[in-house]
Design a protein around this ligand. Structure first.
Ligand code: ATP
Ligand code: MG
Length: 383
């Protein structure tokens, strides 16, 4: 008898001929998620089994698996020989000793000599003999003992299912570059794209010394939290200090934010090309702040050719906060450090900036030189 964690996968099985590819990537992602923990991964039809791990690591393994996209559900269980005595030995350990219960059997191996009903009845009967305070209730039992008869003379026995993260395995849907601030929205945007299978690389702009080390640390912490889902363990940082100073010194104050955002997009596009990312991802949501009006979004889009994905565009703040809480980034996101967008924030930012006015103001700057200078400040933080 062996202790295992059973993982069932989600949408992957829909992918027809590409199924083999999706399964391979999914298996790799499980490996990555369990890095540093002793274990083995076995694939059986429609399931992965984690085996050979230290018992005290069970909770940590389950915690990590709960964040791997493509996982439909998972269970702690026992792998045994599929003869009746073997199954009963495991059922005894999984079953409660009192209360109501039922046994539910699934037969993956259709050549097994007993039907599912017969297996449930036999094991259920033996459990009742063994634990006299147990009662059968097939409709609303307090506990269920699940038996899954597998091929190759084996069976899985377990007592519960935990819902997984669903979605698609990351790295099956291209690569995007997420502009990550220290705020609530951008980590949620990254989470959502990763959930659809995208590899999400991270880029953060800082304005040191106007923004401080703590602000940067906060983004590193957010990136780490996000990496449980994205499996990407590096963050690129770029300084936009000089760009902000130049904008502040030369251009109309109400365009500060719009102009800065255009620089961010230009720099992001350059870095996207270098890392092979096919799109930019932001946490923008329509109308949330002055720069996220249709005109604001258009002004930033105008300087890049790559598509800009904004998974939160139609979300209310409350909806975003709910996801941030669920994925564990909310607390860090709400720590009170300044983001570069808030440095030099004008009293009245332009809400409907006109492209002709933006371009006129931008002509006062040496755009290429500022972009190059910012790119040369790039740092890569691995965690
Ligand atoms: P967030 O909660 O993600 O900070 P926000 O509501 O504060 O978003 P803005 O500050 O206008 O909105 O930023 C909009 C988007 O621009 C962010 O979601 C993020 O994708 C990107 N962004 C903003 N500031 C930075 C930054 N310092 N570095 C990288 N990307 C940024
Ligand atoms: Mg922000």
């Amino acid at each position: 008898m062996e202790k295992v964690i059973i993982i069932r996968y989600a949408e992957i099985h829909l992918k027809g001929k590409n199924r083999g590819y999706f399964e391979r990537v999914f298996g790799n992602n499980l490996e990555k998620a369990l890095k540093g923990i002793r274990h083995e991964i076995h694939r059986t039809s429609g399931r992965y089994l984690i085996a050979e791990f230290d018992e005290e690591m069970t909770d940590e393994i389950m915690r990590r698996i709960s964040k791997v996209f493509g996982v439909h559900s998972y269970s702690e269980g026992l792998l045994v020989e599929n003869d009746e005595d073997g199954v009963f030995a495991a059922a005894k350990l999984v079953a409660p000793q009192s209360g109501t219960f039922k046994v539910e059997t699934h037969r993956g191996d259709k050549h097994y000599p007993l039907t599912s009903m017969e297996i449930s009845a036999r094991i259920g009967g033996r459990l009742l003999d063994r634990f006299p305070s147990l009662k059968v209730d097939v409709h609303t039992p307090e506990h269920t003992v699940y038996i899954d008869i597998r091929e190759g003379g084996r069976a899985l026995v377990f007592g519960s299912f935990t819902d997984g993260s669903h979605g698609m395995p990351v790295s099956t849907a291209g690569k995007g570059l997420l502009l990550i601030s220290g705020g609530i929205d951008s980590p949620v945007a990254g989470y959502m794209m990763a959930k659809r299978g995208m590899t999400v690389e991270l880029l953060h702009f800082h304005s040191y010394p106007y923004t401080n080390e703590a602000a940067k640390e906060k983004v590193v912490t957010l990136s780490k939290l996000l990496s449980d889902y994205t499996l990407v363990t590096r963050l690129t940082t770029v300084s936009v200090t000089h760009i902000q100073e130049e904008i502040h010194r030369n251009c109309a104050a109400e365009l500060n934010v719009t102009l800065l955002r255009r620089f961010m997009f230009r720099i992001a596009e350059r870095l996207a090309h270098q890392t092979g990312a096919g799109c930019l991802v932001t946490g923008e949501s329509l109308g949330q702040v002055a720069s996220q009006t249709l005109e604001g979004l258009t002004a930033s889009n105008a300087v890049v050719r790559l598509p800009v994905l904004r998974p939160l565009i139609g979300f209310d703040k409350e909806d975003i906060v709910e996801v941030a809480k669920k994925i564990g980034t909310f607390e860090t996101s709400t720590l009170p450090y300044e983001d570069c967008c808030t440095v030099f924030l004008p009293d009245f930012p332009a809400i409907h900036p006109k492209l002709s006015f933006i371009e006129e103001e931008e002509r006062k700057l040496d755009i290429d030189a500022l972009v190059e200078e910012a790119l040369s400040s790039r740092e890569i933080i691995k965690f």
